[in-house]
Design a protein around this ligand. Sequence first.
Ligand SMILES: *Cc1c(COP(=O)(O)O)cnc(C)c1O
Length: 366
Amino acid sequence: MENIMTNRLDRGFYRYQEEFEAAALRVLRSGWYIMGKELEAFEEAYAAFTGAKYCVGVGNGLDALYLACRAIGISEGDEVIVQGNTFIASVMGITMAGGTPVFTEPDEYYMIDTERIEEAITEKTKAVMVVHLYGQTAKMREIQAICKKHGLKLIEDCAQSHGAHWDGQMTGTFGDIGCFSFYPSKNLGAFGDGGAIVTNSEAYKDRIRQLRNYGSSVRYHNKEVGVNSRLDEMQAALLSVRLKHMKELTEERKALAAAYDAGINNPLITKPAIREGAEHVYHQYVIRCEKREALIRHLKEQGIDTIIHYPIPPHLSEAYAYLGIPKGSLPITEHYADTVLSIPMYNGLTKEEQARVIAALNGYAG
Ligand SMILES: *Cc1c(COP(=O)(O)O)cnc(C)c1O
């Protein structure tokens, strides 16, 4: 029997093969590969999709976060509050801009615990970065209110939450800037690296447009030290194809999650909890198990791959040893890092494969 992998990007391609190939050929034959009509069209379509006024394509999700931090004015000494249990790119976006991350604990939904935001605020706090981890939306109205009360900027890391709503509004549009990644495995994935920011602020839009292109909006007139971080024409054209199908792709992920919810009934396994009012677009379907290593081995024996998002929380990574945050400082974050496990979840996972995953999980006896 074939191994069930944690993702199958080939299936994502073949589903819309003709459309992808037509778009790729159009770009190849156009003679224009960077900053052209395809990017403009995608930026317009993605802004419309999210409900934001503007979208600016960039090279990847990390750059989206970094450029967002620069645009809101994060610099040396500024603190940004962020949940401890996130992908390290959220944190690198902050520190690349010169900021200092201040980690807070997550709630039972793996989102930033809104009760703990205010206690992390100091006179150096400049912003809050919310991560809609695994595809579930955080409690955005409450977070907006906290930011407003304390005069803080709000950045959303939406790298895992394309299309997810809270209170009828799409993630990425609650704060000052929403940051997206189009890494191939994301819910809206490119065929290479890609990213974007969305914002309702003309000033932030203009600033990030300038920053992504060597700090210039007029060619060879460089106003500041920027970067080279552009979403190329090929990726923009391919993303425009996938974006047209986002609704059905998200529905498919939700249906797969519902089947896992209904099928998994092993008391040794904790299924994901969904907050009332939140939407979950299931970038990952993340379970928890106290004896994770044994479960991973058991699944592997049944031909099922799994992956841990993420085994080392940023504050314990070597990269951030300089922050001097010792093990034990964030017990909830660290407990999640020791117990979470992502099971196969992707567009194109078949019913038969999913049944095998469910049977294997239910057959785990500890
Ligand atoms: C993928 C991801 C990023 C980074 O995106 P890249 O395009 O890989 O740079 C940032 N934050 C989160 C939460 C992610 O999952």
